[in-house]
Ligand binder design. Sequence first.
Ligand SMILES: NC(=O)c1ccc[n+]([C@@H]2O[C@H](COP(=O)([O-])OP(=O)(O)OC[C@H]3O[C@@H](n4cnc5c(N)ncnc54)[C@H](O)[C@@H]3O)[C@@H](O)[C@H]2O)c1
Length: 442
Amino acid sequence: MNRRNFLTSASATGAGLLLLKHATLFGQNTPSKKLNVALIGVWGRGLAHYDGLSRENVVALCDINEARFPDALRKFPGAKTYIDWRKCLDHPGLDAVVICTADHTHAHCAMWAMNRNLHVYCEKPIGLSVEEARLLRAKYLSLKNKIATQAGTQRHANPNFSRVRELVRDGAIGELRGVFAWGNRKLPRPAYLPGQGTPPAGFHYDLWLGPSPAHPYNPGYFSGGPGANCLQWNMYWDFGTGQVGDMGAHTMDLAWNAIDATHPTSIEAKGDAFNPDVTPVELTAHFDHPANSWRPAIRVSWYQGGALPTSPKRWIDLNGIGHGAMFKGSKGVLVADFTTRMIIPTDDKIDLAGYQPRNESNVTPPLGNFQDQFFRACKTDLKTSCNFDYNGLMTEQMALGLVAYRAGKKLEYDGKAGRVTNDEAANVLLSRPYREGWPMNG
Ligand SMILES: NC(=O)c1ccc[n+]([C@@H]2O[C@H](COP(=O)([O-])OP(=O)(O)OC[C@H]3O[C@@H](n4cnc5c(N)ncnc54)[C@H](O)[C@@H]3O)[C@@H](O)[C@H]2O)c1
């Protein structure tokens, strides 16, 4: 039995423990054993993964820009290089992929990887459309006893995420009534860039476009610094979802982590006038979620690009927080950014002193390094904090916000079926067009 098959069949039995037991027997699948990994998108955000990857076996490097290979090969000598991720995924003996490509290839690349039973770490957002988020989630759920997945929302490892969840769950602000998340990044763009020049030698623009409808080459899409070049293309509909998938993926995660939500039942959104090329800078989206076992029905709201929820106090500058979340409860309001939080009692009669903080043994243990959590999960119990189930639902919700914005009306949503029930035309907006030859499944 080769290593990959062993990993797969051992984890298919559903038990990391069993895997460890057998690992001792076989002596080759111990948690310390290195995984064979492909890094897809080796520069930019890819660089942030080099440290974690250097503790594994990087056997394949894929980038549409061949100019990025010499530096990557210095870090990972001996890896085979690919310009097309579809070929890279068939590299012999792969265990896992780390996907750091442009947003519009994430869903395809992740799906093709899961189709090969590979563990997948995919930078956020894992997909652009409602359909992409749903397909990835469904595929992952069908394989969850075989593979680990992690969406690249590494801020989730900040202890503050757990503290916020504990406070909300334990009733520090009373019964939860409403949830808000916002971000103030603004990247206004007028339209797709006009064609300009030709791609440099070794830059495979057609592969960069991948599944998305073609737009002429312009070096402006690639003029950003490492890890920030995404800001050059993520505002355009065929390449990204603007702040919804940019900072929204991180900031809504802070809220999503604390509310145990599934699908919204209705969605409404408003923002800038619709531009067929560019996603809105300013956007407000509201999502109504049904009650669950520990809280009543709640409205979750997302604000971006200048739109903000009302601050609970004049002296709290939500815009100054930049990217934050707020939870309104029957007794108080919790305001948080990625690393800190504060609670304000709702009025004088309310005393939060009755709130009992968790004792040490009930506090959520530190998650540790987010990328390492993924690699550890691949080798042991397959458990990650932002798998495609958890993050797929959140990505679906955020994409629904853009659908409601485009539909221009309040939409009723059947989350089980993945259908808008009060506007047939809006159902077309749940998916996005692909170029011929780029099926979602391959
Ligand atoms: N988690 C975070 O905090 C964080 C931060 C920055 C970026 N990101 C995400 O990381 C991804 C990459 O962002 P970036 O700013 O590095 O972008 P980028 O445009 O610099 O691309 C990164 C690398 O991927 C390569 N690439 C692009 N498309 C490819 C494809 N189809 N196949 C192979 N290689 C491809 C590029 O040539 C480049 O080397 C985006 O999805 C972005 O949202 C996440």
